[in-house]
Design a protein around this ligand. Sequence first.
Ligand code: SAH
Length: 238
Amino acid sequence: MSPAPSPSTTAASNKTALMNSPLGKALSVFSALLLLAAIAASVMRLSLNGWGAMVWLASFTVMVLIRAPHAQRNRANEITGGRTDWVERLLLLAMFATMMALPLLQLATGVLGFADYALPAWATWLGALLQLPYLWLFWRSHTDLGRNWSPGLELRRTHELVTHGVYQRVRHPMYAAIWLAALTQPLLIHNAIAGLLVIPAFAAMWFIRVPHEEAMMRAEFGDSYDLYCERAGRLMPR
Ligand code: SAH
């Protein structure tokens, strides 16, 4: 007799079924169109948004392009475990709101203009230059994790512990990249809601999710994960 599926496995396969259904596909097309419309509206407001916000928009577009093929391919993964509780969902929602929805809303419409602030030009330049290491690390970590990447906390059938490439000396290079993105967003988008709120949102993600993620990896890979932790630092190389 096969074992009963765990609640997280059932939730993950329900999600996969929804995403592959006609409704799921229609929703994906709708969100892609909405995204394109928001980007176009933001570009049209170029002179109002300022060049820092345009750098953010370019960097955001590259980030979406880096992630899209991995998201598409890994949709076929068979998920066997992980964590999909309300805390996880809330953290992902907060990241979606502060890293995508609110900045695009502000750039496309200017409705959050009451929360604008001014910064010296060097701060905007610093934010712009740091997009390069951010996007490089974001791309490398997706490439190195390959099929083992997922936006949520998930384990797939035949999940492998990746310890090569940028994972060789750092355990969370993708989160290091997202830290760079979060810390530079308020330097590029000079608005307390659309620019700054991502910092507390990602801080919550970092402090709440990382211990859960590491516990999940330890439960799955045991001693190999402990040995890996001895060699590799969390955010910085040892
Ligand atoms: N925390 C990592 C990965 C983020 S993506 C980073 O910042 O680079 C989250 C998923 O990656 C988790 O669900 C987990 O399944 C997977 N993951 C994290 N570290 C991994 C590793 N070293 N090898 C394989 N999978 C890993």
